[in-house]
Ligand binder design. Structure first.
Ligand SMILES: *Cc1c(COP(=O)(O)O)cnc(C)c1O
Length: 334
């Protein structure tokens, strides 16, 4: 039992090999996605929490820019916080706005183009108007693959607006982030790696067991300030009188609990490590290319059929269509 606890204990404890594998899996994920190795990563229960962590870091950053430590002081003195996303954004972003105390109404939903991608001109106009109106932009949340149609927002153009307006760019790539492995669509992800925070879900396209998301944040200090745990008497590193309690394990392992909303957690990253070790980057690339090709093939079949109608362009592995018999075509409501 002692041996298995040492080998396979939860990621929370620094001295176990699974803590190391968790770290290695995060490094491999960054390599797979072409992200800078300096990004700080942490695993989560899924995309909901990964998005919450990214937006929590954004909230901390935007408020610190204005001299406010949001984690400590709350949002009392933050005027009209705003989040920006397209109307196609996943609804967990709305919940994150609620949980982070911004309020669900802080989410400004922007229109999209014919391909269900964020209208960047609308974003620019709205941001400028809101800033002039005294609002506090917290982040733009872009989609790298919406769950509705698989649309990838114009990330490089959004990044440009974010840099111009000095606003944090968060990218929700929970479903579609891994789509960039397909060379046929990789160009759509230009700007992805330069985002300030990114959420991905290995439990979707990487096919690991459910309960595994990951968040990447450009500045570990920010997520640590947003989510840090105060010292606790029972933990090493805490103060005991004027003395810090020390142990020989203090500098061993990675304290993942400092940059997320969880304290104890199982070693989710080990499944990612194992999947990547077994399949390799090329294995996943092949799989993702195949899935995207299935969706394009389906779209061709739909377009060739007199009774079916394609409802959205196919970008990734999603193909939206409906059944419209020829005699009902063009009628009101069809
Ligand atoms: C699945 C998904 C989420 C939510 O992630 P969970 O893993 O279900 O918590 C958020 N955003 C997008 C784009 C998703 O595909």
């Amino acid at each position: 039992a002692a041996l298995s606890a040492t080998l396979a204990g939860p990621q929370r404890y620094d001295v176990q090999s699974y803590n190391f594998l968790e770290h290695l899996a995060l490094q491999w994920l960054k390599q797979l996605l072409g992200l800078p190795s300096a990004l700080d990563g942490v695993f989560s229960s899924g995309g909901s929490v990964a998005n919450l962590i990214g937006l929590g870091a954004a909230r901390q950053w935007a408020c610190e820019q204005r001299g406010i430590d949001a984690s400590l002081q709350g949002l009392e003195s933050v005027t009209k916080p705003r989040l920006y996303a397209s109307k196609e954004i996943h609804h967990v972003i709305l919940r994150a706005a609620g949980v982070l105390g911004l309020g669900r109404r802080a989410l400004i939903t922007l229109p999209t183009d014919d391909g269900f991608r964020m209208d960047v001109d609308a974003l620019r106009t709205q941001l400028r108007r809101d800033k002039a109106d005294g609002c506090t932009p917290i982040a733009v949340a872009a989609s790298a693959g919406t769950v509705n149609t698989g649309a990838v927002d114009p990330l490089s153009e959004i990044l440009e607006v974010c840099r111009e307006e000095d606003v944090w760019l968060h990218v929700d790539g929970a479903y579609g982030g891994f789509g960039l492995l397909d060379p046929a669509v990789a160009h759509l992800y230009e700007g992805f790696a330069a985002a300030d925070s990114i959420a991905v879900d290995p439990h979707k396209w990487l096919a690991v067991p459910l309960g595994c998301g990951a968040a990447f944040v450009r500045d570990r200090g920010l997520s640590a300030r947003a989510f840090a745990l105060e010292p606790a008497k029972y933990l090493e590193g805490s103060l005991c009188g004027a003395e810090t309690i020390r142990s020989q394990f203090d500098d061993v392992g990675y304290p993942f609990y400092e940059t997320t909303v969880e304290h104890s957690a199982r070693s989710r990253g080990v499944t990612v490590w194992a999947a990547l070790k077994e399949m390799g980057a090329e294995g996943f690339r092949t799989r993702i290319i195949r899935h995207n090709a299935y969706a394009r093939h389906l779209a061709e079949r739909v377009q060739a059929s007199p009774d079916l109608e394609l409802l959205a362009p196919v970008t990734l592995s999603i193909c939206c269509f409906r059944y419209v018999p020829a005699e009902l075509r063009g009628q009101a409501g069809s």
